[in-house]
Ligand binder design. Sequence first.
Ligand code: PMP
Length: 286
Amino acid sequence: MIYLNGKFMPIEEACVPVLDRGFIFGDGVYEVIPAYSRKLFRLESHLHRLQHSLDSIRLTNPYNNSQWHDLLEKIVVGNDNEDQYIYLHVTRGVAKRDHAFPPNSTPTVFIMSNPLLAPSQDLLTNGCSAITAIDNRWIRCDIKSISLLPNVLLRQMAIDANASETILIRDGFLTEGSASSIFIVRDNVLLAPPKSHLMLPGITYDVVLELATANHIPYRIREIHEEELQSADEIMLTSSTREIMAVTRLNDNPVGTGRPGKLCQRLQQLYHHYKTTTMRGDTPLS
Ligand code: PMP
């Protein structure tokens, strides 16, 4: 069951006019929210980031938080799986094609759910491969825009190289993955690039740093040079759907020992415990 512009329906029945500005211009923003045991994880943080994205593209939020909450809950209840990820998307609506904002269009709102599968045993045991590439996206990567063509092309580069993710480098420094945040470990210290307009403020990124704080894992938030990435002891990628994953090969070279590192495994355990405990991640840890 999906939600489109005020109605719940099977996805096969959902249609959007061809003049929707999401279709014509990619003029819209989105969110991806995990639900564990049918409980939305970090909902407030996701709605806060949605508001930031909408403000940044000067689109009025069509709903308040309690309306979003009701709609998202209905989608979670109306779909089969206990663990799901909810995709929501707001565009500037349908209007005659013109780049400038239409004077009075109604935003299009679409919400769907997909099963959220736990990372496979193979991925947990062996980690995944990544490649690096120049970050050739625009300079408002903090907006969760549906215009994802650069991310699509960058991710496909990884797939073509038999890897899972492309890690992006801008002016010699790590930004993030094509669809994930990236952390590295050097000398037992977790390093994270600082949030800026050059990366999406990941919700999982926040959870990882909160878990590090709560469990006395030393970390630093600072610029990470490409060479530090290439010679890191550990690399991990994080996202709402992939959680925390060890990157064990970078550009066909082993990362550290070539096996998932100690810190990554520890964070995976902590994350697993956190998402499955009674808190369900509702409240930030710190
Ligand atoms: N950066 C990019 C470019 C992403 O697409 C994602 C995943 N949506 C992330 C970072 C991770 O964000 P989150 O932890 O909120 O899923």
